[in-house]
Write a protein that binds this ligand. Sequence first.
Ligand SMILES: [Fe+2]
Ligand SMILES: [Fe+2]
Length: 309
Amino acid sequence: MSDDDFTRLVEAEQRVEPRDWMPDGYRRTLIRQIAQHAHSEIIGMQPEANWISRAPSLRRKAILLAKVQDEAGHGLYLYAATETLGADRADLTQKLVEGRQKYSSIFNYPTLNFADVGVIGWLVDGAAICNQVPLCRTSYGPYARAMIRICKEESFHQRQGYELLMTMMRGTDEQRRMVQDSVNRWWWPSLMMFGPSDAESSNTAQSMAWRIKRHTNDELRQKFVDMSVPQAEALGVTLPDPSLRWNPERGHHDFGEIDWDEFWRVVNGDGPCNRQRVEHRRKAHEDGAWVREAATAYAAKSASVEEVA
Ligand SMILES: [Fe+2]
Ligand SMILES: [Fe+2]
């Protein structure tokens, strides 16, 4: 099969499966994209885990624990999907802790009050849903199938966040101030989750042709803004952007310019928590070495018992 035949196949919405022929570039791009996604799920456990031991009630603790555990599961499905492309999970983890592969910059921001748990659910998981729902139809079969389950769980994450914020907004002035403070800190970084503007984004055209990307960054960002504005109104919070207003001609909300210097600073490793996140991941990986050794020894033992029997 030629590259052109392959492109025609994916353009006809055919799924590509692990044993099918695929261009090297397609395989490489997918491994990088899925690994980056997997790393984001795993690193994303850290900012919220920060609040598990300080959750204000048993109910909130149980919800948060379940959510953080879901993220670990998402990471695992996605690492498994990269393995179907011939990647090695240990190698990907190594690249992450050595800073040679990236994860979503949003997780380099700190969680400063408990409302952050709600705002992360509402805005961060909300932005992730906008990015990920189209990936349920991505051309690579194992990735598309993993995304279906992930998106179902993400929508639970978003709703628990929104419900938490609703509860806080019905509480005391102090609680409402916490929510507003949190929205002020997370709104712009959430918009940055969609990546650079289309004019700056180098991989878009090829990825769109391969059907591993289905909408451009700016299209998805606009969708997220349009979705979030009525939700913010219903909550009673102000989104921190004086330029934000409905544009009847476009049928969309206009919004202000992202601080691209901050965007690139955080992407390039100089955000508020980049070092802390990677260091924590490196230590957790080292501390878990005995578990991996024990599991390998157990698997070898089970296999030899089976052979004897
Ligand atoms: Fe997730
Ligand atoms: Fe999530």
